[in-house]
Ligand binder design. Structure first.
Ligand code: 4FV
Length: 222
């Protein structure tokens, strides 16, 4: 799967060079291409933002350098263009699974007060939000999207763990335990030491249901 990211701060994506996503990049299971919008500023001072028409605080990203950066991306015919924005549809596991079927995502990261609406209207297929709060930029939301979607690419993580995890079956996941058997005087639930797979499955299903009811009853309703 290919990710092209349009951003003013490509260095922020160093965070994706570690652990599971870092290994997936090394093994070319996914490809993340960072495009610095500032490289497309025609201004001698590499200016990429300006004051908002109609007045108001803050700065707005100029449409032309965003558009030129977008146009620099090759073979983007089958690409879906996503703009990370608080106005977008809230990202959830269902949306992640849907996007994981795409072969090419172009992710546009805003900064400051946002991006001139004309280029958004021109190139964006879908706006996605990671939550009802305002961040300083779209970079962290873009990394959330890449991380959650990349997990569904073959070879990135063991399919087994995807099947069992939270939200995979509309419920939160059961509690996990590992060695030592006794920690601070607390013993691992006996059933997990029994080797009795049916009883273990039954306990895990009941725990998932109990915890979902406790922490996210809305999910059980759904
Ligand atoms: C955001 C969110 C978000 C808004 C102005 C970037 C900021 C700044 N993106 N989910 N919540 N974006 O707060 O996706 O340009």
């Amino acid at each position: 799967m290919n990710f092209d990211v349009l951003t003013l701060f490509p260095e922020m994506f160093d965070a994706l060079n570690s652990s599971i996503i870092g290994r997936a990049k090394e093994k070319n299971l996914i490809n993340i291409n960072l495009i610095n919008i500032r490289d497309f500023s025609k201004d001698k001072h590499k200016k990429v933002d300006d004051t908002p028409y109609g007045g108001g605080a803050g700065m707005v990203m100029k449409p032309d350098c965003v558009y030129d950066a977008f146009c620099s991306i090759e073979n983007k015919d089958n690409a879906k263009v996503i703009y990370m924005s608080p106005q977008g549809k809230k990202l959830d596991q269902k949306k992640v699974e849907e996007l994981a079927n795409e072969e090419h995502l172009i992710i546009l990261c805003g900064h400051y007060e946002g991006i001139d609406q004309r280029v958004i209207d021109k190139i964006v297929d879908e706006e996605i939000s990671i939550g009802d709060y305002v961040l300083t930029g779209g970079e962290i939301p873009a990394m959330v999207l890449i991380d959650s979607v990349a997990r569904y690419n073959d070879g990135v993580i063991d399919r087994e763990s995807i099947k069992e995890e939270s939200f995979a079956n509309g419920m939160l996941e059961y509690p996990q335990y590992t060695r030592p058997e006794v920690f601070e005087g607390v013993r691992v639930p006996e059933v997990l030491l029994s080797g009795h797979h049916e009883n273990i499955e039954k306990w895990r299903r009941e725990e998932a249901f109990r915890i979902t009811n406790l922490k996210r009853p809305d999910l059980n309703k759904k």
